[in-house]
Design a protein around this ligand. Structure first.
Ligand code: BG6
Length: 482
């Protein structure tokens, strides 16, 4: 299909290889990369977990994962067998010494070594320490860590310090899978490879920005994790923050990891504290026989939000006065993520009847139906005089690129390959994560201190009523979730 960048031979060790993330995303993703020619013949994928299991047992588990999570047209028995032959397994005790010598014996000289910590953060320190103790990690090895990266600034700092005891920053890959999404990367291409938008990309011309990540799923099955987290920690501190950064940051002078991350960091540091009146939190209600949030979380007293809307101000020269409205939630009307940039009015209207006038809006659809839509004003066709009407300049990835436009590597696949290539651009740096928590913490502490109760909203709707007011009182409205 598309152009594939070759990678070096690697030994990838997945700690937590029998867990949910490995089964759903990491292992099926590696199989797809193998099909694309990005797993060189002598590369090895080594599962490591607590379960006593042999190599054949692990291969059987991975075969099942592939059959369950990879599209049918990619399930070629010969290819699966060949892929499985590159797998190995070690039963390992993260907190003891069992299994480590066996793992050390499997590692080969000359291959890139990467260690994916797909385990609870409480184990990061133990794993990092033992990788060194047993001489398994070297100065070029990489470790990959998943979110949640802490639950506040203090815990994130502690995690960073623990990892830093054994690994340098250039070896640490903190995953935010939103950065691996094709359309999210496209934000940078749209902004910095076109001259059209950048001159207008500031508070002089942009009225406001809306960032929406709406989901239809609830928290069923993962209530125990989610109830301690909530939408702010689960989505805003990381994924939405990254989207905001890519929209708001200054043009980096070069497309390299630290230059890009320096610019993102400046945005996060410029974020203003958010007052209570600029926050709306919600919880989905039991609707039409389906359980509500409190049932799914198995916590009748829960004050955790499954929806949040915020008005965010970026206090710098470029954005002062242009609010960013963020909203994300579970059990909403549709699965729809988008960024909409609404521009201001032209300074003066030359038309007598400007009643048809509406703002220019640039909508970047992240998922599903990825694409871009620029709404512009034209004359309404026909003899009815100079009447204005708005039309879309619409681009969808599928229409523009056909099959290739839809057959894109999943975020995890792309990010894992970036780890092997040693490219950190799409990973969060330690200071970035800490700055994001430093902004998030007082917001959460604020509502905890006030004892705020999330507002109920119907499943399948577009969130709590109060969220509408957040925009209405500023004379603006949310775009429809559809
Ligand atoms: C995860 C969150 O990080 O992102 C989930 O923990 C959320 O709660 C998911 O559903 C959304 O990711 P995507 O790729 O489906 O938009």
């Amino acid at each position: 299909v598309s152009r594939v960048i070759p990678v070096e031979t690697f030994d990838l060790v997945i700690f937590g290889a029998t867990g949910d993330l490995a089964r759903r995303k990491i292992l099926p993703g590696l199989y797809r990369r193998y099909l694309a020619g990005q797993v060189p013949a002598d590369s090895r994928i080594i599962g490591a977990a607590r379960s006593a299991m042999d190599r054949a047992g692990f291969q059987a588990l991975v075969r099942e994962a592939i059959e369950e999570f990879v599209a049918g047209d990619k399930l070629d028995p010969a290819a699966i067998a060949e892929f499985l032959s590159r797998l190995d397994y070690v039963a390992i005790d993260a907190k003891g010494e069992d299994g480590w010598p066996a793992l050390a014996a499997l590692m080969r000289q000359g291959a890139v070594r990467a260690f994916y910590f797909s385990v609870a953060p409480a184990l990061f320190g133990d794993l990092a320490e033992r990788l060194h103790l047993h001489g398994i990690a070297d100065a070029d090895s990489r470790i990959v860590v998943e979110k949640p990266f802490g639950r506040d600034l203090a815990t994130a700092r502690a995690l960073n310090e623990t990892l830093a005891t054994h690994f340098a920053e250039h070896q640490i890959y903190r995953i935010d899978h939103y950065l691996g999404k094709e359309t999210v990367q496209n934000l940078m291409a749209v902004r910095f490879a076109n001259i059209l938008f950048e001159p207008l990309w500031n508070s002089q011309f942009v009225d406001h920005v809306q960032i929406t990540v709406a989901e239809t799923v609830g928290v069923e099955g993962r209530g125990a994790y989610y109830d301690k987290s909530g939408a702010m920690r689960d989505m805003v501190q990381n994924h939405m923050m990254q989207l905001l950064c890519l929209i708001a940051m200054e043009p980096p002078f070069h497309f390299d990891p630290d230059t890009v991350r320096d610019e993102k960091l400046k945005v996060i540091r410029a974020l203003q504290p958010v007052p209570a009146e600029d926050i709306v939190r919600g919880q989905y209600l039991a609707t039409g026989g389906a359980p509500g949030y409190l049932d799914d979380a198995e916590n009748p007293d829960s004050l955790t939000e499954s929806y949040i809307a915020l008005k965010v101000q970026v206090a710098n020269w470029r954005w002062k006065g242009t609010p960013f409205y963020l909203r994300t939630g579970k059990k909403l009307r549709a699965r729809a993520s988008e960024i909409a940039i609404t521009f201001k009015e032209p300074p003066h209207s030359i038309f007598d009847d400007a009643s048809g006038w509406r703002e220019n809006v640039l909508v970047i659809r992240l998922q599903p139906n990825e694409g871009m839509n620029l709404k512009v004003m034209i004359k309404e066709p026909g003899p009815g005089g100079m009447r204005l009407t708005q039309v879309p300049l619409d681009m969808s990835f599928t229409e523009a690129f056909g099959e290739e436009g839809t057959d894109m590597p999943d975020a995890y696949e792309r990010l894992i390959m970036d780890v092997i290539r040693g490219n950190q651009t799409l990973f969060m740096r330690g200071d970035e994560v800490e700055a994001a928590w430093a902004w998030t913490d007082p917001i959460i502490q604020g509502w905890e201190a006030r004892g705020d109760r999330p507002k109920g909203y119907d499943a399948g709707a577009s969130g709590p009523e109060d969220a509408l007011m957040l925009m209405h009182r500023d004379g603006r409205r949310w775009r429809e979730i559809k």
